[in-house]
Design a protein around this ligand. Sequence first.
Ligand code: ASP
Length: 438
Amino acid sequence: MRKVVKFGGTSLASAEQFRKAGDIIRKDDSRVYVVPSAPGKRHSGDIKVTDLLYECYELAVRGQNFYEPFLAVKDRYNEIIQGLGLSLSLAEAFDEIENKLLHEPEKDYTASRGEYLNGLVMSAYLGYEFIDAAEVIFFDEHGNFDQAKTDSVLAPRLQETACAVVPGFYGSAPDGRIRTFSRGGSDITGSIVARACRAGVYENWTDVSGLLMADPHIVSNPAVMSNITYKELRELSYMGASVMHEDAIFPVKKAGIPINIRNTNAPEDPGTWIVENTARRSKYTITGIAGRRNFCSIVIAKDLMHSQPDFYRKVAQCFEDNGIPLEHLPSGIDTMTVIVHEAKFIEHEQDVLARIAKFVEPESVEVESGISLIAVVGRGMKSQTGTAAKIFRALAEARINVRMIDQGASELNIIVGVLNEDFERAIRSIYHIFVDKE
Ligand code: ASP
């Protein structure tokens, strides 16, 4: 079995961190393809190399002096190279980047150099072959990732390369120019490489021991999830849980490759497994809780609306015409509630309301803003009685009023709406009843 290992920025921020990554890779012969990010922050006040590079670009493009941030970039790499005792020199590569900044600055090219240079260092350190991502990862002319072309070039290239380093975050466009993914995109590269070599697992090494059951800014010391399915992860990340880059899920999901999130600073910790399907139960009934603030509810009332088969469609059309996606549609007999993002709604609210008045002639329309949605997610909730009761008991005990409830028939999640000011307390009380009391 071959493994693809991706290391995030904090895992490669210094020579000391590089050593930890090196030890992890050497400990397991199957860790054959390595995808590095650019060096991240060494401490809270530090600046990521990628951010320094963006700064160089911004200055260069305005014809200003970029000496200071560029020197900081060079220093970061030289410190790592020295700390690892390597004889590698990046002088030539630095000159090339500087030249490009001076004569034809390009944003994506400049930003991508963080991963490119770190890939060179990693390849010298491990003795693995360096494969420039520009030669194997492709975008189409619209800037979208080109899966078919990438697979057709990357798969055979990996086939003939026993051990390799492929820098994260970038590839090339049909005109040969460098393109990057959006921020955090090295996760996507790792996933693409894993798919191309049909890896047994995609290990994503970061600075936490896996995905947490709730936001640590809200719940202190939340438990780590041991297993989560792709579907659960989608629900949680849609509702604001910050995990890996969203687009990193799709390539491996399609290929049935599990992702293992691991901690470079605690390599013995098993981390979190993200899988398509599992018979493993999670330790708790729920897998995780996530939420987002600032939704709006629009309650439309009309007697006998249910006898009008086109009522929902007409209302939906009023939002669609303004480019506002519908988040939830909890309904009553003669009322229909539409939940949407506040910022998106406010921009077009008068037009939406005017259309509703014209097309469905409601008896009343009430708008309320400042609503938070909280998703309680877990495959363990299926066919389990009492889960919803527990959520509402937790909220009732905390004296939190529930503004909305939505549970899909898949029983994978229960969504509750509360006022923004109750948001954090609601999450804490739900977490507490499922995790601390279970
Ligand atoms: N270095 C890039 C960023 O800071 C990509 C990554 O780390 O995944 O966004």
